[in-house]
Design a binder for this molecule. Structure first.
Ligand SMILES: NC(=O)c1ccc[n+]([C@@H]2O[C@H](COP(=O)([O-])OP(=O)(O)OC[C@H]3O[C@@H](n4cnc5c(N)ncnc54)[C@H](OP(=O)(O)O)[C@@H]3O)[C@@H](O)[C@H]2O)c1
Length: 257
């Protein structure tokens, strides 16, 4: 099974202008990779690229624009050669309020988290298939394991990615394309800065970047951390719903009647 090497091609990291994507891109560069960085804010992306001008290359693109994604990935391949590792990390999270349901906000989250990932996958799978293999990590979240309070749009989008990648693994394995799902717990980034609730086991972004790169090198299907949080959530999701709901309500202090 394919294990990407910086000697075999370059890496692509989406959502590389901040947070986990930026940390993974910098860590990959430290480990010898040339990395194409993708995000919408060109000025911020350029600042990241300036940290390692020999290894980091900025490409401005909105992943919800399918045609732009196709053109950008083609440009990256034309300019830098084969992509052997892709980290599809773009994601958005809108904190949900207790009252009121906003379908437009749910669909906007799905468009970025699911649609944006799909837009990148199509040209990447075609490219890797043609090149004889590749490795793709998709950033989901432990929030995708099961329904959590006030995380319905975000959690559902991440659950879709986990299920999608597990299903695609059956198709991609025979093509020598290694599919991996990344399920972090809480990481200190601009995304979690919006949270007003306690975030158990939160880790620093550099630590997350290093753990994700270790996971790429190790090669199992799931990369998840911190173990205590992800195993607790996995265990809760094995319970019958009659136990799951009161336990999660008690742990989070939300949803109790
Ligand atoms: N932080 C956590 O605790 C945590 C936990 C589990 C999973 N995750 C996942 O990790 C990923 C990164 O999150 P983060 O915490 O690092 O958040 P972040 O700092 O807000 O990073 C999000 C990145 O995505 C880019 N982006 C957003 N929309 C985009 C679009 N339409 N097209 C292209 N780029 C876009 C942003 O750059 P521009 O604004 O420049 O486009 C930014 O680089 C997300 O998928 C998130 O769900 C985070």
């Amino acid at each position: 099974m394919y294990r990407a090497s910086h000697l075999d091609g370059m890496a692509l990291v989406t959502g590389a202008s901040s947070g986990i994507g930026k940390a993974v891109a910098l860590e990959l560069a430290r480990r010898g990779w040339r990395v194409a960085l993708l995000a919408r804010r060109g000025d911020v992306l350029d600042e990241v690229a300036r940290e390692r001008p020999d290894a980091l290359f900025a490409h401005v693109c909105d992943v919800t624009d399918t045609a732009a994604v196709q053109a950008t990935i083609a440009k990256i391949i034309a300019e830098h050669g084969k992509i052997s590792l892709a980290f599809l990390n773009v994601g958005t999270y809108v904190p949900e309020v207790a009252a009121g349901f906003d379908a437009a906000s749910v669909m906007a989250t799905f468009a970025v988290n699911i649609g944006g990932t799909m837009a990148c996958l199509e040209p990447l799978i075609a490219h890797m298939k043609q090149g004889g293999g590749g490795q793709i990590g998709v950033n989901a979240s432990v929030a995708g394991y099961g329904g959590l309070p006030r995380s319905s749009a975000y959690g559902a989008s991440k659950a879709a990615l986990i299920n999608f990648c597990a299903s695609q693994k059956f198709v991609l394995d025979p093509l020598n394309i290694r599919m991996q799902i990344v399920c972090p717990g809480f990481v200190r980034t601009p995304l979690t800065a919006k949270n007003t609730f306690p975030m158990p086991g939160i880790i620093e972004v550099e630590d997350a970047g290093s753990r994700i790169c270790d996971g790429f090198a190790r090669g199992g299907f799931e990369i998840t951390f911190p173990r205590r949080l992800s195993w607790t959530l996995k265990a809760l999701n094995m319970l019958p719903y009659s136990l799951y709901f009161p336990l999660v309500a008690r742990i989070t202090g939300q949803g109790q009647s």
